[in-house]
Design a protein around this ligand. Structure first.
Ligand code: 6GP
Length: 823
């Protein structure tokens, strides 16, 4: 890195300037002319044009960060669910209008070109999308930060439905070209694996251990711009791609085994080939551990070699960087930094440990015990033998402390050990992160409380000051400004545009909730958003929906704890009541229930639930009476792009997980900010949403976490609810009898029998409360004026859920870093 300020100038910020730049790109980079250019050519030229406007800011930010050597945040995340880049770059650089006009003057439509972009789906769900929101906020707040991750060649699978069942197809997102990335093979990093360790005596006569690896791969960094919102800053997201080492190839080739050389190349490159589609439940696959180590080893090496000044004393590392661990996926970075300090830099163990502890902080994103990652010792030892030794030593010293402070409580020692003994000897990654990290945080108040009280209770008792909370947030740039231009315009008209980077200002909207004209215009915006959704679903999925109905939306990964089944039982109950004549059609609030969800390909029950939703939808649709007032729409392949049209159109947001299971949720925040009302349990960030928007503007139902725990402890018997509740019994019987499976009772039998015998997430226990809450929803919806008042209040009171606020909390409570002041 040089310290010379690069001399580049941005293209002129005008329609003419944009046209010139665009045509130049089309000619020089795409090698074509307007008349012959395909839609993809036109999109690529547009992306590159917009990129040029951001380039000098990017170079300047990079230079400033290096020059000041200010403390930086390195966000380590195996996933970034970015969404489309062009849209965001346009709003960040204030080019939307100029670009639209410039393209129009060339006979093109900006929206059509936008739609060409395939979003980089390099994440599964909430955790990956959160990382994307966080890097956006860090850039917008001028915080020196870098996001590190993996450049998966294939992102989250594309979902199709065949006979209502999920089929996965590869997400070849790079196929059309990748105008947003910059490969830097000159900064490739070698990463070692395997082999063994050996003991030796160093020059000072000290006993040491060193690693003799068995094989290597190279990591090539690809840089992505992370534009701050109109603040002259562009941060970097650096994603690593695996390549075979040249030496590796050559050696095999010299032996004359060409096929073997190619095979080993593929083997190395497999590491960044595909994103694991498991969400919240790790699979424990060897390639996954390789991915984890690969990207953190590259990232730490990169930070030390590229971002520190030559000769930097690593004892001072904690003053220069904090590595934030996005869940346990990057936790192997802890022994990696120890290894670098002790083995490569000759640090004493205790000094290295001091430095390491201060460099890491850990965010936990789950409450499900089965979601806490563990790696078999055998596997860690085979892939990373030196790291295993280091983990053992960390554990040894930690347990000595536990023994000392607990007076030798061996039960406690066993509970807290980083190494689990059963069912197989394994490394508990969450424990390693907790022991080594300076801070541990949950992602919503309730979640952090439950981490302290339950999941990590022994550790919280040991180090109470280590534990803190940072409630999640979402970026208002993508999820309001970009996704909801109608609402954005209305808000800006009312209170100015400061809210985009200071979302607390939405409070100033509160008085407008009582302004009838404002409410009317708010409804107009909602109606316009519904029309946009109607067009999207029509064109994309061939799904017809009626924009005059209540839009009731449940979009998130398919997981039993999130309880899509509870929503579905409500639909089945409505179907039952209408078809049985119990509920006259003219008394039903017409609604469209929209689902969007991918299931992990190996998660059988989740895939069955998808099939059931689609089958119920088909039967509901086919019934002429029912379908006048009730429709089920399940567009396939829900992703960030779909979310951006769907969320602004929603009236009702479904956040109905069993209390104590959803760590936070972030979809819930996006809906509230876009003026949907929530029907939800007392779970995750719902708790905080309800507190802020007020009980009158939130439909709360269901068991609380303590109630659910008490029932579980006493022995939950779901069949009792079935026996005692006739409406529930009828709904389940309909499914059980094969009403939604062409009369074949066997098809959905596993779902029914699971609900009746186990029902781990207490769907049946919450059924009646949910139905009652839905009746309250219908009564409220019957008064459009009162409903829109509540909706406006949801918007006005949700400013807290900006990811800018989350970043401020991390900066204050965990990172102790600050924005760069001048540019
Ligand atoms: C998710 C949580 O399930 C969700 O509640 C939360 O909003 C999100 O993280 C962001 O914090 N967790 C995961 O996606 C996951 O893989 C291990 O957790």
């Amino acid at each position: 890195m040089t310290e010379t300020t690069p001399l580049i100038t941005s293209p002129e910020h005008s329609v003419e300037g944009f046209v010139r730049e665009y045509l130049r790109e089309l000619n020089f980079s795409q090698g074509t002319v307007l008349e012959r250019a395909t839609a993809n050519d036109r999109y690529l030229a547009l992306a590159r044009t917009v990129r040029h406007y951001l380039m000098s800011r990017w170079m300047q930010t990079t230079v400033d960060q290096y020059r000041t050597q200010a403390k930086a945040v390195a966000y380590l995340s195996a996933e970034y669910l970015l969404g489309r880049q062009l849209d965001n770059a346009l709003i960040a650089s204030d080019l939307e209008e100029i670009a639209a006009e410039a393209l129009a003057s060339l006979g093109m439509d900006l929206d059509e070109l936008r739609a060409v972009e395939v979003e980089p789906g390099l994440g599964n769900g909430g955790l990956g999308r959160l990382a994307a929101c966080f890097v956006d906020s860090l850039a917008t707040m001028s915080v020196p930060a870098i996001g590190y991750g993996i450049r998966y060649e294939y992102g989250i699978f594309r979902q199709r439905f065949v006979d209502g069942r999920q089929v996965e197809e590869p997400d070849n997102w790079l196929a059309g070209g990748a105008p947003w990335e910059f490969a830097h093979p000159e900064h490739e990093v070698a990463v070692a694996f395997g082999g063994r360790t050996e003991k030796y005596t160093d020059d000072d006569g000290r006993e040491r251990s060193r690693w003799l690896p068995g094989w290597q791969v190279l990591g090539v960094p690809y840089n992505y711009m992370v534009p701050g919102y109109r603040n002259g800053r562009v941060n970097t997201l650096r994603l690593w791609s695996a390549r075979a080492t040249h030496a590796f190839d050559l050696k095999t080739f010299n032996y004359g085994d060409y096929a073997e050389a190619v095979r080993s190349q593929t083997f190395a490159e497999n590491i960044s080939k595909v994103l694991y589609p498991e969400d919240s439940t790790p699979q424990g696959k060897e390639l996954r551990l390789q991915q984890q180590y690969f990207f953190v080893a590259c990232s730490i090496r990169d930070f030390i070699d590229q971002l520190l000044r030559p000769g930097f004393d690593l004892h001072d590392l904690p003053d220069r960087i904090v590595f934030q661990l996005n869940d346990t996926h990057p936790v192997i970075a802890i022994p990696e930094l120890m290894r670098i300090l002790v083995d490569e830099r000759g640090f004493e163990w205790d000094d290295a440990w001091q430095v390491t502890q201060r460099c890491f902080a850990y965010t936990c994103h789950t409450l499900l015990p089965e979601a806490l990652e563990v790696w078999p010792v055998e596997l860690v030892g085979r892939l990373l033998p030196r790291h295993l030794e280091i983990i053992y030593r960390i554990n040894e010293e930690f347990l000595a402390q536990v023994r000392e402070r607990s007076g030798g409580d061996e039960l406690l020692v066993r509970r807290m050990s980083i190494i689990a003994e059963h069912p197989v000897r394994s490394v508990r990654m969450a424990y390693l992160a907790t022991v080594a990290g300076s801070k541990v945080n949950g992602v919503a108040e309730l979640h952090s409380q439950l981490l302290r009280d339950k999941v990590l209770a022994d550790f919280a008792a040991f180090w109470p000051e280590k534990f803190t909370n940072v409630t999640n947030g979402v970026t208002p740039r993508r999820f309001v400004k970009l996704a909801n231009p109608g609402l954005s315009g209305l808000i800006t008209e009312a209170i100015g545009d400061g809210w985009v980077t200071d979302l607390d200002r939405l409070r100033e909207l509160e008085p407008f909730a009582d302004d009838a004209e404002f409410r009317r215009r708010f409804r107009e915006v909602k109606a316009g958003n519904k029309d946009r959704l109607v067009s999207l679903l029509g064109a994309r999925d061939g799904i017809e929906i009626d924009p005059a109905t209540m839009l009731d939306v449940m979009v998130k990964r398919l997981h039993e704890y999130k309880r899509q089944l509870l929503k579905l039982l409500h639909v089945v109950t409505l179907y039952d009541r209408i078809t049985s004549g119990e509920l006259p059609v003219d008394q039903v609030t017409p609604r469209t229930v929209v689902f969007g969800a991918k299931a992990a390909p190996g998660y059988v029950m989740a895939k069955e639930i998808i099939a059931l939703i689609n089958h119920v939808g088909a039967v509901v649709d086919a019934d002429p009476d029912v379908s006048r007032v009730l429709r089920v729409a399940f567009p396939a392949n829900y992703n960030v792009t779909v979310a951006e049209t769907l969320i602004p159109a929603a009236d009702l947001s479904e956040q109905i997980s069993l209390a104590g299971k959803e760590a936070s949720g972030t979809g819930n925040m996006k809906f509230a900010l876009n003026g949907a009302l929530t029907i939800g349990t007392d779970d995750g960030a719902n708790v905080e949403i309800r507190k802020l928007v007020g009980d009158d503007n939130f439909f709360l139902f269901g068991l609380t976490e303590p109630e659910a725990s008490a029932i579980a402890e006493a022995g939950y018997r779901p069949a009792a609810y079935y026996e005692e509740n006739p409406s529930l019994r009828r709904a389940l019987d309909l499914v059980a009898r094969g009403t939604f499976s062409g009369g074949d009772a066997s098809v959905f039998e596993p779902i029914v029998s699971n609900l009746l015998s186990e029902d781990r997430f207490m769907v049946l226990a919450d059924y009646q409360a949910y139905l009652d809450a839905q009746e309250r929803v219908e009564r409220a919806y019957a008064d459009p004026d009162a409903w829109s008042r509540s909706a406006v209040l949801n918007v006005a009171r949700s400013g807290f859920f900006s990811s800018d606020r989350s970043m401020r909390d991390y900066l204050d409570r965990i990172w102790r870093a600050a924005p760069l002041t001048s540019s």
